[in-house]
Every structure is written in structure tokens, then in C-alpha cells.
Ligand binder design. Structure first.
Ligand SMILES: *[C@@H]1O[C@H](CO)[C@@H](O)[C@H](O)[C@H]1NC(C)=O
Ligand SMILES: *[C@@H]1O[C@H](CO)[C@@H](O)[C@H](O)[C@H]1NC(C)=O
Ligand SMILES: *[C@@H]1O[C@H](CO)[C@@H](O)[C@H](O)[C@H]1NC(C)=O
Ligand SMILES: *[C@@H]1O[C@H](CO)[C@@H](O)[C@H](O)[C@H]1NC(C)=O
Length: 574
């Protein structure tokens, strides 16, 4: 097995070297975040070191060699901060401390240092727009103590003709029901665009903006490489709190559900841009001092055009087009249309990011067909742009099933038994599957969510032994990114695309590769040899494992009549 991998890497390295020597074109210098793979760790579910059934920082430290094995260089940690865990860490009660369930500040320091020793970078999640109602700031705001009085969005509400006081407007929480909660002590409503224990900060208050910058700076001073900013769309809302949001008219959506309204007064107001620029300016200032680039990536669900506008002022929003559109009715040409948009008519500062799964959405192996798991990893890792892998995708983990009465996620619980399946995030947060021993080697205790019963075969240790497992294929695709064509090269999406197949070229100088993938339901035979490809044959350098021997690695195949089975992908050197 080891020999096999070394041979592969040697083959890639030799190809690369031969090319660089013969080609006069020099390789560009790119910022590190354009050539990296980002891997999202959801700390609760990654690895438990102390047997309480919940993952922790020491657990992550104990598995750092996993990333070296994969060839992944950047870790993004979802929140591990002090929190009552009402929204599993996205409800922070102290931005500057580690929750004891995850470890300590010293554990975090050690994680960053150990990762650095292995050549890994660390990005942390930052939740700028709300805090837990357990936060010291909120408690002081409730008591109207000095500057904290206006740290949150407070309102007297609206008095009806019969004297009853109600919420000031119809705004809804993303997690169901009114976005306003009455606070008895202060005798006012506060805004919460998520659960009622997540109070929205008042960004119109300069003290709040300064506090957030200081908290960001606090983590940056540990030597991390960047930040992932959570839910930035909801940072600001209009000042006139009497404005109701209009009905969306979305069919079949109950009136207490977020999607029943449009959000012109609460989502992505122009002021958000100023905030992003303030944050970016701080990062740029740090770079001027020590020469180290830090990457800030934003969570914002939007379209390609809005992302392009944000690029003009230096922002990098995640691209969730694939996260939100990969289900079985989506055919290959529709997927390719979403991808192609990333390369069309964009400002020079635009850099595509691709995400296939995250902690808020069902896993791709479950919502699309499981046979496509390797094909999606091949796609993600060969496109031009920065890919983000959600933990477990590298071993093709699938969603678990959770009954309503066993639900943990507040979003699912608030939705009720009839609609929780539409929104609950428990399904895609099950423990990482490390081995075939009990609880998949995740914990020695009882895991906070059940382990997927498929762990006996779907796990890191077993997959390491099989050269064609999702794990080892992922590692091969990651290694492709060391080739100039994938690292620096352009992409040409004008190849063959139809209901079943999508394909594209990656090229740098005279080095050219064709990637073709069948995501459809039936075999597809196509002529790739014409047009942009302009080559009668190609040599297979990576596969999705499920291929006939004539198309296995190192085979030369004819491109004028190439048949791909459902779920099959090939990377070919031209
Ligand atoms: C006042 O009016 C509202 C809305 O019509 C109604 O829901 C509420 O019960 C009324 N309150 C009283 C005290 O009559
Ligand atoms: C803050 O982030 C949460 C989710 O983490 C989101 O629900 C909320 O809308 C964001 N904005 C505010 C102002 O709370
Ligand atoms: C696939 O998508 C394309 C583009 O949207 C559409 O024209 C075509 O009808 C779709 N094919 C099927 C079988 O749904
Ligand atoms: C949930 O319901 C199932 C079947 O009705 C039952 O076996 C299980 O004990 C329940 N779990 C909880 C936590 O109540």
C-alpha cells in the first residue's frame, strides 16, 4: 500500500518536474489560501479524548496526522468557545475562552503549535452578530449598565389600540417564530434572528464594533492563519423597527417559518460592507507588520453576482451553490452551469471557493446518490478555486437517521415532528468514523449523536488498507493539486456537458488535463477528442475506483468514443 502511494506521488512529481524544466512559463506567486484545501472540523463530532461523548481539542490534536495523510493543509474549526451549547457553540457566552467541554486555552495554543509543526494552518470560526444571553455583555445590557445598555437591539414593542404590547414588527427567527423575545427585567423586547438564547448585537454602536475587533484580534494573536465569519448577512437591520417584512408567498411554507417572509430589512444591508472592510483592514494592518497573509472567508448564502460585487472590496464569501443544489434531480448540465458562472465576467479580484457540504446541510453522499461520493471529491479538488471539505466527506460518510424525540438541534426541535426532517442538522453531524471498533473509535463513552451503523466498513482505518477507497482516492485528488495545471492553471469549461456528464480542462503552458465525470443515472458515451481538447487519446492519472481495467490508472484511452458509467470520473493527461 505504502509503495503504491509513493509510486503515485513519484509519478506526479516527475511529470511536474519534466514540465517545469521544459516550459518557459514561470509559475505565479499565489497567496497561500488560493492553493490550499480547507477542511472543516466540527469539534463536537471529530474526536473525543476524555470519554464524555463529545469531541474536544485534545482529540483533534491526536488526529493531526490524518491531515498530513490526506494532503490537506488548512483546518477550520467550528466554534469551541465558552457556550451554554443551546445552538452547539454558535451561542457564545465568552468570545475569549474555550468551553471546558472542549478543553482549555492551553489546549488551543498547543493545537495551533502542533498543527504548525506539521505544516498545517488553522482558521477559527467567529460569530460576530450575536452572543449567548448568558454573555456578561447581555446581562449588563439587561441591567442597563453604562455602555452596555445599547449593546443589543432593544425595543419597547408596539402598543395595540386595546393597550396590549406586542413585538415591534413581524420579523421571524431563522429558527422559527418571532425574532423578538420579551425581557421581563428590562421590560423591553430584544432581537434574536436565531434562537432566543442568541441575542443580536447592535452594530450601530461603535463600542460593539470595537469589542468584536478586539475579540478577533485576541484569536489572531495566537498565530492562526485566518477567520471564518459566521452569518454575516444578518449583521445589520434597519433602524426603523416599525417596518414589517413582506410575505414571500413561498408555497407550502407555514407563516412562522423564516422563508415565509422576504428579508429586505434584516439581510445584507449596505452597512455590512463597511464592517467587512473594517475587519479586512485590521488583517491587512497585521500583514504589514509581520508579512503574514491571513485569510478571511465569509458565511453568506447568496448568488454568483453578489459574490462578485463583494470581491470588489476584497471579501471572500463561501460559494454555497453546490451545497444548496446537489440533489438527485439536479443534472450534470445544471451543476456545470453553476460552476461555469464562477469563471464568467468576474472582476480580477474574484477567486472561486467551492463547498459541497457543511454542518448546516445534509451530506452529499446522502442527498445525491452515494455512488457519486468519489466523483464529487474529484470534482471539488480539480476545479479552479479553493475547495472546502466537511469532515467525513473524505471517507464518504453518509447522514444518520435521528427520530424526532431524539433530536438535539434546536432548529429541528422548533420545527416540530412533521417538518424537522426539512431543517434538522443532526443527520449530518454524526461522529467521525475512525475505526471499526465500538463507536467508530470516536469515543470510549456514549456519543452525543449516534454513530452511523455503516462505520464497520466506512472508517479511516479500514479505508487506509484499500487503495481504491474514498479515503485513498481523496488523497490522490489532493496530490493532483501539486501539479502546475491544477495549482496555477486556467480552466476551460467549454468541453462536453450534457444531462449525465460534465467535463473541463485544466491547463498551464503545454501541460493539459481533462476531467470528465458522469453524475447521471445511465452510462454516457461521448466524443471528447474535438474542440478545446483536440487530442485523440489521454492517459488516465486518477479515477473514481469503479472503472473497467482498460480505463484504470496509467491506461491510454481513446477520447473519440469514451464511455463513463454512472458515478465514474476520470482525470486524463493529454
Ligand atoms: C388586544 O388585541 C389583540 C389583537 O387583536 C388580541 O390578541 C388581544 O387578546 C387583545 N388583548 C386584550 C387584553 O383584549
Ligand atoms: C448571527 O449568526 C446567527 C447564526 O450563527 C444568525 O442566525 C444571525 O442572524 C446572525 N446575525 C445576528 C444579527 O444575529
Ligand atoms: C437537465 O438540465 C438542463 C438545463 O437546465 C435541462 O434543459 C434539461 O431538460 C435537464 N434534463 C433533464 C433530464 O431533466
Ligand atoms: C423515542 O421514541 C422511541 C420509540 O417510540 C423510544 O423507543 C425511545 O425511547 C424514545 N426516546 C426518548 C429519548 O424518549
Amino acid at each position: 500500500m505504502k509503495t503504491f502511494c509513493l509510486l503515485l506521488l513519484a509519478a506526479l512529481a516527475v511529470g511536474d518536474l519534466a514540465y517545469s524544466e521544459s516550459d518557459p512559463q514561470t509559475t505565479p506567486v499565489l497567496p497561500w489560501w488560493k492553493t490550499t484545501i480547507i477542511y472543516q472540523i466540527y469539534p463536537r463530532s471529530f474526536k473525543d479524548s476524555d470519554g464524555d461523548g463529545i469531541g474536544d481539542l485534545q482529540g483533534i490534536i491526536s488526529e493531526l496526522q490524518h491531515f498530513q495523510y490526506l494532503g490537506v493543509e488548512t483546518l477550520w474549526l467550528s466554534p469551541f468557545y465558552k457556550s451554554p451549547q443551546k445552538d452547539f457553540g454558535y451561542d457564545i457566552s465568552d468570545q475569549r475562552d474555550v468551553d471546558p467541554m472542549f478543553g482549555s486555552i492551553e489546549d488551543f495554543r498547543k493545537l495551533v503549535a502542533e498543527a504548525k509543526k506539521l505544516g498545517l494552518r488553522t482558521i477559527v470560526d467567529f460569530v460576530p452578530n450575536h452572543t449567548s444571553t448568558d454573555h456578561d455583555w447581555f446581562q449588563k445590557s439587561v441591567r442597563r449598565e453604562g455602555k452596555y445598555t445599547d449593546y443589543y437591539v432593544w425595543s419597547d414593542g408596539k402598543t395595540l389600540p386595546n393597550g396590549t404590547v406586542v413585538a415591534p414588527n413581524n420579523w421571524l427567527s431563522v429558527f422559527y417564530g418571532s425574532a423578538w423575545e420579551w425581557n421581563d427585567q428590562r421590560q423591553q423586547y430584544y432581537l434574536h434572528q436565531f434562537i432566543k438564547e442568541q441575542a443580536d448585537l447592535n452594530y450601530r454602536n461603535p463600542d460593539v464594533r470595537e469589542e468584536i475587533l478586539l475579540a478577533m484580534r485576541y484569536w489572531l494573536d495566537f498565530g492562526i492563519d485566518g477567520l471564518r465569519m459566521d452569518a454575516i448577512g444578518q449583521l445589520y437591520e434597519v433602524t426603523d423597527l416599525s417596518l414589517d417584512e413582506p410575505l414571500s408567498g413561498a408555497p407550502g411554507v407555514p407563516l412562522n417559518e423564516y422563508d415565509s417572509l422576504l428579508h429586505p430589512y434584516t439581510n445584507f444591508l449596505p452597512e455590512v460592507k463597511d464592517e467587512i472592510i473594517r475587519w479586512q483592514t485590521m488583517l491587512d494592518g497585521m500583514e504589514k507588520v509581520d508579512g503574514r497573509q491571513r485569510f478571511m472567508v465569509l458565511e453568506y448564502y447568496t448568488d454568483s453576482d453578489s459574490r462578485a460585487k463583494m470581491a470588489e472590496y476584497g471579501a471572500h464569501p463561501f460559494n454555497f451553490d453546490l451545497v444548496d443544489n446537489l440533489d438527485i434531480p439536479t443534472n450534470a448540465s445544471q451543476i456545470m452551469a453553476l460552476i461555469s458562472e464562477e469563471y464568467m465576467d468576474k472582476p480580477a479580484s474574484y477567486w472561486p471557493t467551492f463547498v459541497i457540504g457543511n454542518h448546516d446541510r445534509n451530506r452529499v453522499a446522502s442527498k445525491y446518490n452515494p455512488r457519486n461520493a468519489n466523483a464529487f471529491n474529484m470534482l471539488l479538488l480539480t476545479l479552479k478555486g479553493t475547495p472546502t471539505t466537511y469532515y467525513g466527506e473524505e471517507i464518504a460518510m453518509e447522514d444518520i437517521d435521528v427520530a424526532y424525540n431524539e433530536s438535539q438541534d434546536p432548529w429541528g426541535i422548533n420545527a416540530g415532528p412533521d417538518r424537522y426532517r426539512l431543517v434538522s442538522r443532526d443527520f449530518n453531524r454524526s461522529p467521525m468514523q475512525w475505526t471499526s471498533v465500538s463507536e467508530a473509535g470516536f469515543t470510549t463513552g456514549k456519543p452525543w449523536l449516534p454513530v452511523n451503523p455503516d462505520y464497520l466498513t466506512v472508517n479511516v482505518a479500514s479505508e487506509k488498507l484499500n487503495p481504491k477507497s474514498p479515503l485513498n482516492l481523496y488523497k490522490e485528488y489532493a496530490a493532483l493539486r501539486q501539479l502546475n495545471a491544477f495549482k496555477y492553471g486556467d480552466i476551460d469549461v467549454n468541453v462536453i456537458t450534457n444531462d449525465n456528464v460534465l467535463s473541463f480542462l485544466r491547463e498551464f503552458g503545454s501541460e493539459r488535463y481533462l476531467v470528465c465525470i458522469n453524475l447521471g443515472q445511465s452510462p454516457s458515451t461521448d466524443d471528447y477528442s474535438q474542440g478545446a481538447v483536440n487530442s485523440p487519446t489521454g492517459v488516465v492519472i486518477a479515477t473514481t475506483g469503479n472503472v473497467p481495467s482498460a480505463q484504470d490508472k496509467f491506461s491510454t484511452v481513446s477520447l473519440d468514443s469514451l464511455t463513463l458509467q454512472p458515478g465514474q470520473g476520470l482525470v486524463l493527461k493529454l
